[in-house]
Design a protein around this ligand. Structure first.
Ligand code: NAD
Length: 323
């Protein structure tokens, strides 16, 4: 049962008031395995009932399946949510940062999402494009989409935080979304992105607070890119929390939600029980002793990050995936 009161924060200069827990729709596209669509719909309904108003999706998730499902599940509720989607990524290796593709992409997304506009339109995984094309073509194309009234704000998303910072310094964007870079295993976004976001009033969106399931009792999916020692440390930390009667996912959520620099934290949720678990920790504090013990277990792998995208866009300390 959902008990906590939702908390809202302002998403930078967009002025949008967004719930601190945001709904990540990638599991609706079966990115973490097949799901029961009826349960997915119940999860969306439960999220809205619990005060979650930020919904994040992309054409890439389930290769359009997540957008189609979310559009169906939000039917009649569109006006009560802030809806964000993306462009330029369409498959594992399928990227197209051209203006032509982005202008077509928004129309395809709007159709699937059953709406006339999205609130935030983001260039997806910018590290897979050259900075030149992202700056000269992709972001201006998104701005055209805003001028056409099909989106309200423009954002960029990705993994290497230094690349996101470089782009945000040079382009007119409203939001930055980064994933797996602010949680119990990695806090690089705090150091690299928060100062710029404060200075420019950019909305910061923190995705994957559970480090794509590393910080859960279920453990990582087979495709998880983290090096083995990161996964091993996370497994050890989860077992330690369990021995103290705590679900590591709760601790992980308490940790990220306490940082007010991030307007919303997106968790992937296709199950009602996950929505309920993640909402119930809103407004609660992590047990400081347990947090310190977990941090000690994770310390040897803290901020270990992997290569993602074009080599020129890697973070300086990045290592090979699954190394
Ligand atoms: P996540 O860290 O949120 O983990 C999601 C997984 O954990 C799912 O398998 C889910 O079923 C499970 N889960 C959720 N709550 C749980 C709980 N309380 N206990 C146990 N398991 C739980 O990772 P994510 O889904 O990759 O990230 C969240 C969202 O952020 C995505 O759905 C997507 O919308 C967004 N995102 C964007 C980008 C990008 O733009 N480049 C990248 C990653 C994520």
């Amino acid at each position: 049962m959902v008990v906590a009161e939702m908390i809202y924060r302002v998403l930078g200069k967009t002025g949008l008031k967004v719930s601190v827990v945001g709904y990540g729709a990638s599991p609706l596209g079966a990115e973490f395995g097949a799901i029961d669509p009826a349960e997915g719909k119940r999860a969306v309904d439960t999220a809205i009932a619990a005060g979650i108003n930020y919904f994040d999706v992309a054409p890439y998730y389930g290769r359009t399946l997540a957008e189609a499902r979310l559009g169906e599940f939000l039917e009649g509720k569109r006006k009560s949510v802030v809806l964000a989607t993306k462009c330029a990524r369409y498959d594992v290796k399928g990227f197209d940062f051209s203006q032509k593709r982005i202008l077509a992409s928004i129309d395809e997304s709007l159709k699937r999402l059953r709406t006339d506009w999205v609130d935030v339109f983001q260039v997806h995984d910018v590290e897979y494009g050259t900075n030149k094309q992202v700056l000269d073509e992709a972001i201006p194309a998104c701005q055209k989409v805003v001028k056409a009234g099909k989106a309200r704000f423009v954002g960029i998303t990705g993994y290497p935080v230094h690349n996101l910072k470089r782009l945000a310094e040079q382009a007119e964007v409203d939001t930055i979304l980064t994933y797996c870079r602010y949680n119990l295993l990695d806090t690089a976004a705090e150091e690299v992105l928060v100062p710029l976001a404060k200075e420019r009033k950019l909305g910061l969106i923190n995705a994957s607070p559970l480090h794509m399931r590393a910080l859960t009792n279920t453990g990582v999916p087979e495709w998880h890119p983290a090096p083995a020692r990161v996964v091993e440390a996370a497994t050890k930390a989860a077992a330690h929390c369990k021995s103290k009667g705590v679900d590591i996912a709760d601790l992980a959520m308490q940790f990220v939600l306490a940082n007010e620099a991030f307007a919303t934290t997106l968790v992937g949720m296709s199950k009602v029980r996950h929505v309920e678990s993640n909402v119930k920790v809103v407004g609660t504090k992590a047990d400081p002793t347990l947090l310190a013990e977990v941090m000690e277990i994770l310390e040897p792998v803290m901020n270990v990050c992997w290569r993602e995208g074009l080599p020129e866009n890697d973070d300086p300390n990045a290592v090979d995936k699954r190394s």
